[in-house]
Design a protein around this ligand. Structure first.
Ligand code: AMP
Ligand code: MG
Length: 349
């Protein structure tokens, strides 16, 4: 299949590209488009066949449900059987935005979309291109991250093309995304609501609004034998090809440990990648050193994380060492993805 790639400007959205995307989606095809979190692989969420194509294009296990994206609050009702008052409060505060909520699904949503579950995950993105695509495609668009399953999520259209060129009908290239990590997932079918995946909308932000919010234990206990409540979180995700280690401790100890390890590995003939920050980058003496952002602002780190992991794939490094980051704010999402990418391999000094 030839993939059509259209550049599209957020500030001057080309109606012809949106219409073309809408037609493909209504015909059961696949269109990748930018959202504020990562690029999504869009399909008609109410069409079981379209869901099958999504799983095939991504190589995604079919028990890993898709998030249904909507653009209007009134569209929530048709795909759910019950929306608790507290969810309406959360929606008013954080929709459109980087938050997904889980509800009991209505019969309109096929099991092919929900991975066989009786619940449905719903998000209303704020990205204007995403909103226009959703509306043009019929209002209910499933959109998992537009990457090959297991690879780092795409934050640019080039990342999408790397994985899916020739496998999907269309890519809308709206440039780099804003946030860079996937949405927060909040399960509204339990009391108190439970975070199944951390994202830019944090536990603190939610608790300030609605009181107690729980966090799925599997996000906190690294070696827990319990199965995560979001089926997708059980897979090794977001992973680079190289073996990734996170080094934790006093920053100066971390730097000398990484310099020593990198030096030894390079002497043995391996290629080494190092993930440092604006504050530390000049202290690394060997290897392929990349700056992920500044410790002063964790959102810069979120924005670069997946791109850096992909660059290391392209550079064909064998081992990657990363510093550890503060888990406050969006840092909790960053550390969650980094730990998963590392298969929870943490060196504590
Ligand atoms: P992605 O589409 O790549 O952002 O991944 C979607 C995530 O949402 C996966 O971890 C899914 O397991 C999770 N998810 C989707 N629907 C549900 C649901 N009904 N219940 C729990 N988790 C869900
Ligand atoms: Mg994904």
């Amino acid at each position: 299949m030839k993939t059509r790639i259209d550049k599209i400007d957020k500030n001057k959205i080309c109606e012809a590209s949106i219409q073309a995307a809408g037609e493909i989606l209504k015909d059961g095809g696949l269109v990748a488009f930018p959202t504020e979190t990562v690029y999504g692989l869009g399909a008609n969420a109410l069409d079981e066949e379209a869901a099958k194509k999504t799983y095939a294009a991504k190589g995604r296990p079919s028990d890993n449900p898709l998030i249904v994206h909507i653009a209007r609050m009134e569209d929530l009702e048709a795909i759910t059987t019950h929306v608790p008052e507290v969810a309406k409060t959360v929606a008013e505060a954080f929709w459109p935005g980087p938050l997904t909520m889980i509800f009991d699904k209505s019969d309109l949503v096929p099991y092919g979309t929900t991975g066989g579950l009786d619940t449905v995950a719903v998000r209303m993105p704020s990205d204007e291109i995403a909103r226009r695509v959703i509306l043009a495609g019929g209002g209910y668009i499933s959109a998992p991250s537009a990457n090959t399953s297991g690879r780092p999520s795409p934050t640019t259209a080039e990342h999408v093309a790397e994985d899916l060129d020739g496998r999907i009908e269309m890519i809308l290239d709206g440039g780099a995304v804003d946030i860079g990590v996937e949405s927060t997932i909040l399960d509204m079918t339990v009391t108190p609501p439970m975070i199944l995946r951390p994202g830019a909308v944090t536990k603190e932000m939610l608790e300030e609004l609605i009181g107690e919010v729980e966090v799925d234990r599997t996000l906190i206990e690294a070696d827990s034998k319990i199965v995560p409540k979001a089926p997708g979180m059980k897979y090794r995700h977001y992973a680079p090809k190289a073996s990734l280690s996170i080094v934790e401790g006093k920053l100066e100890d971390v730097i000398s440990y990484i310099n020593r390890e990198a030096g030894e590995k390079i002497a043995q003939g391996y290629r080494i990648g190092i993930i440092g920050t604006t504050e530390t980058i000049e202290h690394y003496h060997c290897g392929d050193v990349k700056c992920i952002g500044t410790r002063e602002d964790e959102s810069t780190i979120a924005g670069r994380l997946y791109g850096i992991l992909r660059e290391f794939d392209a550079d064909e490094v064998d081992f990657i060492y990363s510093e550890s980051f503060d888990a406050g704010g969006i840092g909790s999402a960053v550390m969650n993805r980094l730990l998963k990418a590392a298969g929870h391999h943490v060196i504590r000094l």
